[in-house]
Design a protein around this ligand. Structure first.
Ligand code: PFF
Length: 451
């Protein structure tokens, strides 16, 4: 029964492409620049890279191993690997995290659909930076179109999940993601040749350590995990589909590399333009939507490129949202014994309600706040800065201290293979560095420890 549900989702070949599809999304192109902009630039960037390399890659390898060994969804994998214990709670946290992320993610993906429409209708044409800023504000504060687009996007996500990902998505993402890569490089070239671009590159790459606070450190960690889809079991779920013959080291490394490359290239496309057009780098979630239409206007063929870019961004968002909905659906289907169709309908409806509320957080529900957060900001903040770091910490702790070293080695290296020095380094990180580093960053930021 469980096997059937999972096998319908994806063929075993090319799951690495699916993991990369999950990782590469709005997190790279929308969230990375805006969070970096709000957290002072270069110092954030440096930390982000350090976290990707020393915590992200090992955590990705860990999640892939747990999933492939468990052969189930996150909850089920922990149940199988650590029976009669409470580790399955990580799976429950993952489902809660998927709900939160998918809700605000669909709202932003909805903006992307509107911008695809605007690109086709040539609505950016002739607008200066102020006008584009107003255009974004007027659209997101509305109460109708943002809701419609959120639901359209979620519906598309549900359609793919219910139909099963199989060959279609894998085949297309393999062509479309490299195309996204190319288009961002074209944008990069245009952006860095704008007058005043060097300010932007300096902001992005030059670390000003006076900007470093405990909050910035946690935001960089949260963004690293968010971007790689880590800390909530998405990669555990995908790991369970990876063929036993596949080498996990190289899979984890290539997914992380591709994801990081796209984020950096997006930063290079955006910050030179931010400074060249006099946009504030800490403008928040609208940053990309205000900046890039300016760049398109300065390009030969800008009309064509803007359509292609927003189309590819929708696809990138879709391959990520599928993985989020899959976490929810696989849990409902496998653990609560629902049919896949029923699980998807329940998932779509419940996320839809939350997603609509997130979409309205910039308009009618703007003043409905919890603490200083609208629902959109709350879900964005809570998931990246609490659920993912805590989840990631528990996952590496589990693999380092609870799961036997022999089983980890068997999954990572293959049956009966001797330990390599890379494997020893990996074990050292997940046992002694990662859990404690994440805990320190986290406790420091929430004020329980002070450095
Ligand atoms: N990694 C995705 C992105 O960068 O857009 C977002 C995401 C997907 C986060 C899946 C978490 C997740 F489990």
């Amino acid at each position: 029964m469980q096997q059937e549900n999972r096998d319908g989702f994806s063929s075993r070949f090319g799951v690495v492409a699916a993991a990369a599809g999950s990782a590469i999304g709005l997190g790279n192109i929308w969230r990375f620049p805006y969070v970096l902009g709000e957290n002072g630039g270069g110092a954030f960037f440096l930390l982000y890279m350090v976290f990707i390399l020393f915590l992200g890659v090992p955590l990705m390898l860990t999640e892939m191993s747990i999933g492939r060994a468990g052969q189930r969804n996150t909850y089920g994998s922990f149940r199988k690997l650590a029976p009669k214990s409470k580790w399955y709670l990580i799976g429950i946290m993952g489902v809660v995290g998927a709900y939160m992320i998918l809700s605000f993610y669909s709202a932003v993906a909805g903006w992307t659909l509107q911008y695809l429409y605007d690109a086709i209708a040539n609505n950016f044409y002739g607008k200066d930076p102020q006008a584009l800023d107003q255009m974004f504000g007027a659209f997101t504060s509305g109460s109708f179109m943002p809701v419609v687009w959120t639901l359209v996007f979620l519906f598309l996500t549900g359609l793919v999940v219910v139909a099963g990902v199989e060959k279609g998505i894998e085949k297309y993402t393999k062509i479309l993601m490299p195309l996204l890569f190319l288009i961002i490089i074209v944008l990069d070239i245009r952006a860095i040749t704008l007058d005043g671009a060097s300010e932007g590159l300096k902001f992005l790459f030059y670390p000003d350590f006076s900007k470093l606070t405990s909050k910035v450190v946690l935001e960089a960690l949260g963004q690293a995990f968010f971007s790689l889809s880590l800390g909530m079991g998405t990669i555990i779920t995908y790991g369970s589909y990876i063929d036993k013959k596949e080498k996990l080291f190289s899979s984890a490394a290539s997914v992380s590399l591709a994801d990081t490359a796209i984020a950096v290239l997006a930063g290079v496309a955006i910050f030179p333009a931010v400074f060249a057009f006099g946009i504030e780098p800490d403008s928040g979630p609208g940053l990309v939507f205000i900046t890039l239409p300016n760049v398109f206007q300065q390009m030969t063929g800008g009309y064509f490129f803007s359509i292609l870019f927003f189309f590819l961004l929708v696809i990138a968002a879709l391959t990520s949202s599928i993985s989020l909905l899959e976490v929810i659906v696989a849990y409902f289907a496998e653990e609560l014994n629902m049919s896949r169709v029923k699980a998807t309908i329940i998932g779509f409806t419940s996320v839809g309600i939350l997603g609509v509320m997130c979409a309205l957080s910039f308009g009618p529900l703007k003043s409905v706040t919890i603490g200083k957060f609208t629902l959109f900001n709350l879900f964005d903040y809570l998931s990246s800065n609490i659920l993912l770091p805590v989840g990631g910490m528990l996952i590496v702790f589990f693999a380092g201290w609870i799961w036997s070293r022999k089983s980890v080695a068997q999954e990572v290296l293959g049956e009966g293979k001797p330990e390599t020095s890379l494997f020893k380094l990996f074990m050292f990180i997940i046992k002694f560095i990662a859990p404690f580093a994440i805990a320190l960053v986290f406790l420091n930021a929430i004020g329980l420890l002070k450095f």
